[in-house]
Ligand binder design. Structure first.
Ligand SMILES: Cc1cc2nc3c(=O)[nH]c(=O)nc-3n(C[C@H](O)[C@H](O)[C@H](O)COP(=O)(O)OP(=O)(O)OC[C@H]3O[C@@H](n4cnc5c(N)ncnc54)[C@H](O)[C@@H]3O)c2cc1C
Ligand code: FES
Length: 526
């Protein structure tokens, strides 16, 4: 397969959280920028984070007549939202029969209903505000990974029916030649869109309601009184932390979810060859990771001759790609091979990017009051379903703040304790603790001189671990490789050219600037 040179790069994570630009950024013209905050302010509600979760929450609360201010460290969508593949679906990463086991049949039903409601909410918002974002209603098809048996599909089909979803068991997977005469579950009434065009429309609607957005405005020091933003004071009655993973030392939340890195390619395909649809396989049951990686595929409009087939997968725990002996940058090759086999009509690969998802231990996002707080709220644990989970975040937090009853509040409560997942929990905690072993494991590169321009790595100097990067002009940048959050040893991500923390997913540019929480400070310069 030919690979085009068209993969655009950002300027060191200033538009998005990594070196590779997603298709959405490459096609959405300019970053969605607003003024920077430059004074102290007071508001009823402060929302921190301009991804789908924060912006939806801000919009929902402004619609209720509340005074809302949103602050965003980068630009609107410059976090994981701009790196998504934007399937809008109730076919969750985790199976409904597993949700029944983890919770119970009733809760699985509530989860299904809430995700369908989130899809409807997005559809209505697009319609009401006439948002031009390529929104389409599509079908989704869940098919078997070769190592899985048909029984699990049948079991899942029965569970989706009990959950009240509109599904069908088919004897073939539409448009995938290799899956002819193999079963799949068809999910009706799913959707897709161009995420950054959607956010642009939502931001405009929020501003029309009197909302204020400040970009390149970094929040910190969150208390029940408000927070600081660009070192100014923002006084607020309610604070919503929608930073993908909470950005304070709220230890409890960081032991309930785990960061995974996932990869995407987007390849041209002649228009009309494939229908607009969503496809997912059931994931690799033999994978070493607790959250089994699966493939997710969809089609997007590109130009007059072509569509783009956008395929994702090849996930691993953040900072641990080497544990499978497949480097970050090599995962695209594997993904291309899989995609070509299943969709032979694809032509050149135009875009490649990766991103991070937070995997909650019981598969369901954490939305609601931060444990122990009364007026600080969080939206996190998106799993691979952040379009619907982020939208639900806005809907649920608005109901909590405005005092409306909502049966979803309890299900998504961040304080919930789910006992049935203990074995997986202990496994992931074990993995986290094992990362402290990196304090004594050998360095990844022997000498600074080994680094070529554009390369980075971790080096030992006596007992010290150094994160070093040599830029294209041959200047060396070196920092402590100790994560300022809780002391994990960072790993070099040669694909996105960042330093990633395997513990809770904090990430830093090759110039040491924090780009993903929970850490809030930059790396210490050496
Ligand atoms: C490759 C990939 C594919 C995916 N595919 C799908 C899919 O098909 N369907 C689906 O439903 N989900 C998908 N997801 C998941 C989904 O994209 C995410 O869950 C979702 O976008 C997260 O939204 P968010 O608003 O919670 O976080 P983000 O978009 O990360 O937003 C958080 C924002 O907070 C800002 N921020 C952080 N710290 C601060 C601070 N101190 N001050 C101010 N601002 C701050 C960040 O800059 C960021 O913009 C995918 C994810 C990835 C990575
Ligand atoms: S993210 Fe928590 S220790 Fe690095």
């Amino acid at each position: 397969m030919k690979t085009s040179e068209n993969t655009s790069k950002s300027e060191n994570g200033t538009i998005t959280s990594g070196e590779n630009l997603s298709y959405w950024f490459s096609s959405a013209i300019k970053p969605l920028a607003f003024e920077k905050l430059n004074k102290n302010i007071e508001t009823d509600i402060l929302v921190i984070g301009g991804g789908i979760a924060g912006l939806t929450t801000a919009y929902c609360l402004a619609k209720e007549g509340r005074k809302v201010i949103l602050v965003e460290d980068g630009f609107i969508g410059s976090g994981e939202t701009g790196r998504t593949t934007a399937h809008i679906t109730c076919a969750l990463d985790d199976r409904y029969y597993e949700l029944e086991k983890t919770f119970n049949e009733h809760t699985a039903q509530v989860i299904a209903t809430s995700h369908m409601a989130a899809i409807e909410w997005i559809a209505n918002t697009v319609k009401n505000h006439k948002i031009k974002c390529h929104f389409k209603r599509v079908n989704g098809y869940l098919f078997l990974h070769p190592s899985e048996t048909k029984e699990i599909l049948e079991k899942e089909y029965e569970a989706t029916k009990r959950a009240g979803l509109s599904t069908e068991l088919l004897n073939s997977v539409p448009s995938i030649a290799t899956e002819n005469r193999k079963s799949c579950i068809k999910f009706s009434d799913q959707a897709q869109f161009h995420i950054l065009l959607y956010l642009k429309g939502l931001a405009n609607a929020f501003i029309k309601l009197g909302g204020e957005i400040y970009t390149q405005t970094k929040a910190g020091n969150i208390t029940t009184e408000g927070a600081t933003a660009n070192d100014f004071k923002v006084k607020a009655n309610h604070i919503v932390v929608a930073t993908n993973t909470p950005i304070n030392d709220w230890v409890m939340m960081h032991t309930k979810q785990w960061p995974y890195r996932t990869y995407v390619i987007a390849a041209k395909v002649p228009k009309g060859k494939l229908p607009y649809a969503l496809w997912w396989d059931t994931g690799d049951p033999d994978s070493k990771w607790i959250v089994k990686p699966y493939h997710y595929v969809r089609l997007e409009e590109f130009d007059e001759q072509s569509d783009l087939l956008i395929a994702g997968g090849e996930d691993h725990r953040t900072g641990q790609a080497d544990d499978e002996n497949i480097k970050e940058e090599d995962r695209y090759t594997k993904l291309e091979k899989w995609t070509k086999k299943h969709f032979p009509a694809i032509e050149t690969v135009e875009f490649r990017w990766s991103g991070q998802v937070m995997e909650p231990i019981d598969s369901v996002a954490y939305i609601g009051k931060n444990p122990g707080e009364d007026n600080i709220y969080i939206i996190t644990g998106d799993s691979g379903n952040g379009m619907t989970h982020g939208t639900l975040g806005g809907m649920i937090i608005t109901d909590i703040i405005t005092g409306k009853e909502n049966p979803w509040i309890k299900v998504y409560d961040p304080s919930r304790i789910t006992l049935k997942t203990t074995a997986d929990y202990l496994h992931e905690v074990g993995n986290m603790v094992a990362q402290f072993g990196d304090w004594i494991t050998p360095e990844h590169i022997k000498k600074i001189d080994d680094l070529k321009p554009g390369e980075g790595g971790i080096i030992s100097f006596g007992l010290k671990k150094i994160a070093a990067y040599r830029d294209q002009q041959n200047n060396l940048h070196s920092f402590s490789a100790v994560c300022p959050h809780f002391g994990g040893i960072l790993q070099w991500n040669g694909d996105e050219k960042t330093f990633d923390c395997p513990m809770h997913g904090s990430r830093f540019t090759n110039e040491g600037k924090v780009i993903n929480g929970p850490a809030i400070s930059d790396l210490e310069k050496i």
